[in-house]
Write a protein that binds this ligand. Structure first.
Ligand code: IPE
Ligand code: IPE
Ligand code: MG
Length: 230
């Protein structure tokens, strides 16, 4: 059977801290290794024909971590995320901008601006992202548009609603979470409605292209019914 490539893959990249701990290293070195892996993996995933890749890089809840770790992750974005730029890939960020450091906001703006004309692929980086806050913000925007006469509520259906979420990102076909945790952790709640889910014990810095191919093989064995009878 011809392998089917999912259009939209989402990854909850988890396990950087444990990867470092196993080696007696600081957590930040786990994040560094995770980033190096993300760079290679992103390239591979688009080469495979996936059109949209969403990655969960920092959750709204991750601000609960020690300042040193949070600062490291912010610095990583400022200093290194531009390395994720590649030909034909439009980079967008989903998440709360308010409250981020100004150099972080500047780096986000620059990456989005530098890649905005790229058309073939979308790399959606979920940073300071929470699925619930995304839904709440969309409800507020809907109320506003309704009040201003821009939105006819009769036209608000499941497709239209997506336009109100960060970057109007479409449904996720395949969700991958590394490191053995079997939960969503407030990721893209709306777009996950009919996603196939793949959980693996592999820690993110070790989740290489071979591991991704395993996830793809698994995806291709699934029977996506969307509520239909078999
Ligand atoms: C994922 O790795 C990266 C972020 C959440 C920023 P973790 O930092 O959560 O790694 P573990 O779960 O502690 O191993
Ligand atoms: C989820 O990972 C968030 C990201 C991958 C950015 P966490 O490691 O923060 O999730 P929990 O706390 O184990 O649920
Ligand atoms: Mg974790």
């Amino acid at each position: 059977m011809e392998n089917n490539v999912p259009r939209h893959v989402a990854i909850i990249l988890d396990g950087n801290g444990r990867w470092a701990k196993k080696r007696g290293l600081k957590r930040s070195l786990g994040h560094k290794a995770g980033f190096e892996n993300l760079k290679e993996l992103t390239e591979y995933i688009f080469k495979k024909g996936v059109k949209i890749l969403s990655v969960f890089a920092f959750s709204t809840e991750n601000f609960k971590r020690d300042k040193e770790e949070v600062d490291y992750l912010m610095d990583l974005l400022v200093n290194r995320f531009k390395e994720l730029e590649s030909k034909n890939v439009k980079v967008v960020f989903s998440g709360v901008r308010d409250g981020l450091r100004s150099d972080v906001k500047d780096a986000i703006d620059k990456l989005e601006k530098d890649t905005m004309d790229n058309k073939d692929f979308i790399l959606n980086i979920c940073f300071n992202f929470g699925g619930r806050i995304d839904i709440i913000n969309s409800a507020k925007k809907i109320a506003e548009d309704y009040k201003n006469g821009i939105l006819d509520l009769d036209l608000l259906d499941e497709e239209k609603y997506k336009e109100y979420l960060y970057n109007s990102i479409p449904d996720i076909d395949l969700l991958i979470r590394t490191s053995g945790e079997i939960r969503i952790s407030n990721f893209m709640l709306y777009q996950l409605a009919y996603a196939e889910m793949y959980f693996t014990d592999v820690l993110f810095p070790d989740f290489n292209y071979k591991e991704f191919d395993k996830a793809l093989d698994d995806y291709n064995k699934r029977d996506r019914r969307f509520g239909n009878a078999k």
